[in-house]
Each structure stands twice: as C-alpha cells, then as structure tokens.
Design a protein. Structure first.
Length: 251
C-alpha cells in the first residue's frame, strides 16, 4: 500500500504566516520559522511554504525566510510564490527547499515546467493549481486567485503531467478556509486521470475530511492550514485515526 501524506501549509505574507477564507480576509497566525519547526517536530510528513503575494506584487520570494525555515526542518519542504524563471527555481533550491512549486508563471509559460524538470529533475517540480468551480467544470486562477484564466483545470493538470511536472497541488478556492471538506469531485477527477501524485488542498475542518479525501478523492496527500495552525487537529492523532481506518500512514 502507498503511504499517504499529511502536509501543513504555511501561507506567508510580508514574512508572517497568515490564513484567510477563499483566498481573502487574511489573518496573522505566526512566525514561519517557528511554525515550520513545530510541524517538523509534530509528525508532519512534509511542509509547503507559499509566498502568497509575490506573484501579484511582481517580486521574488523572500529567500532569507526560506533559508531560516530550511535550517529548522527535517522533512521535505516545498516552496512556491513568485517563481518566474529557472534562475528563481535554482535560488530557492539553493536556499534549502527540496521542491519548488510553480503556478502563475507556468500558466503563462508552460515550457517552464519542461525546462525545470529537465534541469532539476521532475521530482523537484510541483505544479500548484488554484481552481474554482463554474457549473460542471473548474477554471484555473493565477496571481493568488485574483485572475480567472478560463483554462480548464483538468486539462491543465494533464498538460502539466505531459510537460514534466512531478506532482500536483489542487487548491480549491471554493473550499479554502471554509472547513466544510475538500473538493472531492475535483480531486477524484484529476487523480483518476494523471499518474503523478495529487495533493488535495482547501477545506479541511475535521478528521473525517481527511479520511474522505483519501478514500473518495483518491488523493495521495492532504494539505491543510487552519486546523493545524489553531490547534484544532493534532497531526499525530490524525495519522493514528487514519491508520485505524485503513489509510496507510507513516507513524
């Protein structure tokens, strides 16, 4: 059985971890370095760090925060936000990240995925997809969920796989911060069509939501923020619960 992963997400704005609802109404949470160390010591399988305003502000990622965070964690660490080119990816990997997540720049220039995968290995290249539902399909959004591209999220996921992405993160804008469960339909639809790992993001509110996204959504990993940041769910207790319910976890 493939081991499923639990991944806390640090959304960073101006050097602080924040959390909002549907990508808006951001609230201050904590220092990213302190929080990353806490999760590394608390049983998380991996960490994801997003500089959520870098693309919209047309600036590079805060590498000093990445370096400090990487020095404190002992689990795989993915960094995204404001990644525009190969040189940006190189800098982030050199700063200590294990993987780099691309989003807006890859939509604008899909060849970036292929070039990055060839240079650094596809295991390092994660495509993050911000998706919002419109009737029976999902649109891809860029610039931190601010711009609707009109691109079909399922088609983009399949294209990204063929271009060389090693992993996908599906961020449901509709479910983000609402704590009413992951977007199972979107996750299952994409998981059934691609061969690379799919990480579900957005909507976790209780332990049962994680069980549902693994059982019904066929996700390889579940990413969450609020429930971990505010102490509503303990990661080790969550993993024990999932293991008890026949989801293979690294305990």
């Amino acid at each position: 059985m493939i081991t499923k992963r639990i991944i806390p997400c640090l959304d960073v704005n101006k050097g602080r971890v924040v959390k909002g609802t549907k990508f808006e109404a951001l609230k201050d949470v904590s220092d990213p370095v302190e929080l990353a160390k806490f999760y590394s010591d608390s049983g998380a399988d991996e960490l994801v760090f997003y500089d959520i305003t870098a693309s919209n502000e047309a600036r590079g990622i805060f590498l000093s925060v990445v370096e400090k965070t990487a020095s404190e964690v002992y689990i795989p660490f993915t960094v995204g936000g404001g990644i525009q080119c190969i040189d940006d990816i190189k800098k982030v990997l050199r700063a200590g990240a294990d993987k780099v997540s691309v989003n807006s720049a890859a939509v604008k220039n899909p060849s970036l995925i292929t070039e990055a995968a060839l240079k650094f290995g596809n295991q390092c290249i994660v495509l993050s997809i911000d998706a919002k539902r419109y009737e029976d399909r999902w649109h891809v959004f860029i610039n931190g969920g601010r711009v609707d591209t009109g691109i079909d999220a399922v088609e983009w996921a399949l294209s990204a796989e063929s271009l060389g992405a090693g992993e996908l993160v599906l961020n449901s804008i509709d479910a983000d911060g609402v704590k009413q469960g992951y977007d199972i339909a979107l996750t299952r639809l994409i998981s059934e069509q691609v061969r690379i790992p799919v990480i579900a993001s957005g909507g976790a509110g209780k332990k049962e939501d994680f069980l549902s996204i693994f059982r019904e959504g066929n996700a390889d990993a579940a990413l969450a923020a609020s429930v971990f940041h505010f102490g509503e769910i303990d990661i080790r207790e969550l993993k024990a619960y999932l293991q008890t319910n026949a989801i293979n976890m690294r305990l």
